[in-house]
Design a protein around this ligand. Structure first.
Ligand code: MG
Length: 163
């Protein structure tokens, strides 16, 4: 099942769904008194059920792994190794995930891209043989989408976002 493949891919790259749920919790807890980490995890799982999300993960993670093995053609290989800030395709791809639950997640994605909390910062800061050009943005996209999903399901969606 492709959900299991996507989950295993993330885990292979050092990202547990719980790591993403923690970010969702941080984003949403101010708006929902009854929010639990478990609800956030459920929301991450629901996002990961979407085929377009799975396909986006396959694509971005494949590019990261190919860059680690130096299999990409130039100039892409060099751009990926340098994590060139103006590349931008990683953010564009991740926004596809965020928009699965509407454009409300855009603000969260922008915030996560800027602040890089928790696992996103760890991925972004890892250097050497590891390439996480796409993965940090994909994780931010997943967290933003799961966060938007919670906002849409809630009565307090109107108060979102207020950060
Ligand atoms: Mg990136």
């Amino acid at each position: 099942m492709s959900y299991e493949i996507a989950k295993a891919l993330l885990l292979r790259r050092g990202v547990a769904l719980e790591d993403i749920a923690e970010i969702v919790y941080t984003l949403q807890v101010v708006y929902h008194d009854d929010l639990t980490l478990e609800k956030c995890l459920d929301s991450v799982k629901a996002v990961l059920q979407k085929r377009e999300v799975q396909y986006t993960l396959y694509t971005g993670i494949a590019l990261d792994e190919m860059a680690e093995r130096k299999l990409l053609p130039e100039p892409l290989q060099s751009i990926m190794e340098a994590d060139e800030p103006l590349y931008g395709v990683d953010e564009t791809m991740a926004l596809g995930i965020t928009s699965v639950f509407g454009m409300i997640g855009l603000t969260s994605f922008g915030y996560l891209d800027k602040v890089k909390p928790e696992i996103i910062g760890r991925l972004n800061g890892s250097r050497g043989k590891r390439v996480h050009v796409f993965l940090d943005d994909l994780v931010a996209g997943l967290a933003a989408a799961a966060s938007a999903r919670i906002a849409h399901k809630s009565d307090s969606a109107n108060s979102y976002p207020a950060k």
